[in-house]
Design a protein around this ligand. Sequence first.
Ligand SMILES: *Cc1c(COP(=O)(O)O)cnc(C)c1O
Length: 432
Amino acid sequence: MKFYSTNNSAHQVELAEAVIKGLAPDQGLYMPTDIPVLPKELFDKLPEMTFQEIGYEVIGALFSSALSQEQIKELVDHTLVFDAPLVKVEEDVYSLELFHGPTLAFKDFGARFCSKLMSMLMEKSDRKVRVLVATSGDTGSAVANGFLGVDGVDVIILFPKGKVSELQEKQFTTLGQNITALEVDGVFDDCQRMVKEAFLDEELNEKLLLTSANSINVARWIPQCLYYFYAFSRLPKNDKKVAFAVPSGNFGNIAAGILAQRMGLPIDQFVAATNVNKVVPDYLNGADFAAMASIATISNSMDVGNPSNFPRLLALYGEDEQLLKDNVKGYFYSDAETVEVMQEVKKSGYTLDPHGAVGYKGLKDFMAEYDGFQGVFLETAHPGKFRETVEKALNLKLELPERLAAFMDGQKKVEAMGNDFEEFKGYLKSLL
Ligand SMILES: *Cc1c(COP(=O)(O)O)cnc(C)c1O
């Protein structure tokens, strides 16, 4: 299988190039040229298969032209080292808990897969890949922990000094080994600008193999389809239709669900739920797609005004906008509505984080409008990760999960950096 650019379907590359480049040279996103449809017998067997066994089949179908059976197994085993339990919250409503990984958010799946795949693709090369990441918190921790100790790949994280919570900072500044954290005297936008300039700098790219590990990278995007197969396989078998509701920001996660559907998984309906950064729900409800400046909310990992994976949604529906709008329903919620739903669901004994709450509410509102469904919402982060918001909303004290608390004991190690590109460039050149 090859990968084409969403900006030019004639531009096609092999898996290795798509992964190492991240973004196509024409700034398009890479997409698989032909999406394999899995055999019907496999879907009948899913309920008896383990998460890993499902992973071998799905990743095998997608990547068997580029990787050996052994590599596929190694890749899946490295990625799926924690579970994604499907928890019943109420009649016909299930939470797919994607927060049981090292940094307690679903991005752990993509980051682990991406790091291992990059390392495999570089095995025969004597060059080192350098992953550059600008972070305001979450992405840095997932990428750093996903890539920790992986051969052939170094990670350089730029974060704004004093603008990241202590707990988040600890998750990527205490690791050492192949992870370096640069504390930038500036804001997040400075970090992002410096990384973007580095990718465009000819001199640097001649000397260094620089790449990104955000959700536009196919190696982070594709593995997210795995837990849709798994969740589906664990739903009760009945004649109800199936909806998946996904709290969305850059729309990589929901696009991976649609990829699973394209591979034959019989999902009937998607619900795209956002906070007030509602560019996509507005589009799905009939407006033109119009990027906007992002607005800060309590579900801050979804504060995205220009969702980077949007071209993938269109591509998955063959650029058929009506089909997209029929199959994906959009809902958005204010912070007040999010808090209200967290309080309501807490009464029935389940604690939602602010992101999962947006997904839950989207699912419920969809199910109130359309009959005959059972539904899954993706619980993308552990409530302890957004402790202050959750404690305030629910008026309680949360226990910090052990693996999160453990980061607090680590020693912070960073290098100081100004917000000037030339200084960053000098630093990168010094690595040679
Ligand atoms: C990144 C993130 C999201 C949004 O996922 P996208 O793939 O960008 O749509 C939702 N919830 C949490 C907790 C996240 O970290």
